[in-house]
Design a binder for this molecule. Structure first.
Ligand code: SF4
Ligand code: SF4
Length: 321
């Protein structure tokens, strides 16, 4: 019998949701197991790094890597899988754009370590001990991965062939991606494996989206009653749909929640956060500074609202302190 193509899954700075989404393939996972040999998947199978190191270069057809790159271990594994794989897929928003972990780029390494190991209300650490990348104990050296000063998307570290967007990608998109990659009819390198249209185009509420909006205040989903049949922006709830790629089946909108932008921008948008920010800011009703500020003050977390998944790949990328 001919050998099946080999596939690997790996996680970097990730919440585990992308791993869970592979299991969400449900019975379709049997088809995947028929089509490929999974040779590395630390969350589910007991293969070791040395097993991958022993493989010939480019012997894995595809490695799906989720999570951003925050530590030296994640960088090392991404480079190893790049060397061993014909194709690398950045799987999910964190690998694609830095994702939620990328919001940490608002702070430098020192601020993060100080808060987590000294200042947070739940920390008891009178001696202010911090994890070190090298510690000597009884003549032995214990090592931990280095914690970098910046969170990076996967393609800021290794060459990426394709992007599977979403937080996490939907089972339908994953199945389509695997079918395409296994068919051998590969799309152009760098393709984001989801439709290149804005979410508003496929939103069930698109007919209720007005051409012109006039914002006096922005409402948050948890403290307003949202009409389930009306465009969320028209109700004053910030929805990133106009600046976000479709393909997610509008799952959040169907659950009466606004789009938060996890599929990233379409190919025509350079900076997702700047795009939606400028679209919204230009439609604030007030014209003088005081009334504009009053409206903007109703957005308590602008970076987390407009750059929830894309800060590391944005024009801003990181705050320099
Ligand atoms: S993309 Fe979303 S689900 Fe996947 S690891 Fe990042 S935060 Fe978790
Ligand atoms: S702004 Fe949001 S709710 Fe309105 S049409 Fe676009 S995706 Fe749908």
């Amino acid at each position: 019998m001919p050998e099946k193509p080999k596939a690997a899954f790996y996680w970097c700075a990730s919440c585990g949701g992308c791993e869970e989404s592979v299991v969400d393939l449900a019975e379709n996972i049997l088809g995947v197991l028929d089509a490929v040999d999974i040779i590395f998947w630390p969350v589910a199978m007991d293969f070791k790094k040395k097993d991958v190191e022993a493989m010939a270069d480019k012997s894995i057809l595809v490695s799906m890597i989720n999570g951003a790159i925050r530590t030296s271990e994640q960088e090392e594994m991404a480079r190893l899988l790049r060397r061993k794989s014909k194709l690398i897929v950045a799987y999910g928003s964190c690998a694609h754009m830095g994702g939620i972990p990328g919001l940490a780029n608002q702070f430098d390494k020192e601020e993060i370590l100080r808060y987590v190991y000294e200042e947070s209300p739940s920390t008891a650490n009178a001696q202010k001990i911090r994890p070190e990348s090298e510690t000597r104990v009884d003549g032995n050296v214990l090592t931990l991965p280095k914690f970098y000063n910046v969170v990076r998307s996967l393609d800021q570290v290794v060459d990426v062939d394709y992007y599977l967007p979403g937080c996490p990608p939907t089972p339908r998109l994953l199945k389509q991606a695997l079918d395409v990659l296994l068919s051998g009819k590969l799309p152009e390198k760098g393709t984001v494996l989801a439709p290149d249209v804005a979410l508003c185009e496929e939103c069930p509420r698109k007919d209720t989206k007005p051409n012109d909006l006039s914002f006096v205040e922005f409402k948050r989903p948890h403290n307003t009653v949202i009409d389930p049949n009306k465009c969320l922006l028209a109700q004053g709830v910030i929805c990133i749909g106009p600046a976000t790629r479709g393909g997610c089946e509008a799952l959040c909108i169907k659950a009466n929640m606004p789009c938060t932008g996890c599929f990233g921008p379409t190919s025509r948008i350079k900076d997702q956060g700047a795009k939606i920010l400028s679209a919204i800011a230009s439609q604030i009703e007030g014209k003088d500074e005081k009334s504009i500020d009053k409206t903007l003050d109703t957005i308590p977390d602008p970076v987390g609202t407009f750059y929830r998944y894309s800060l590391p790949v944005s024009l801003l990328r990181k705050k320099i302190s």
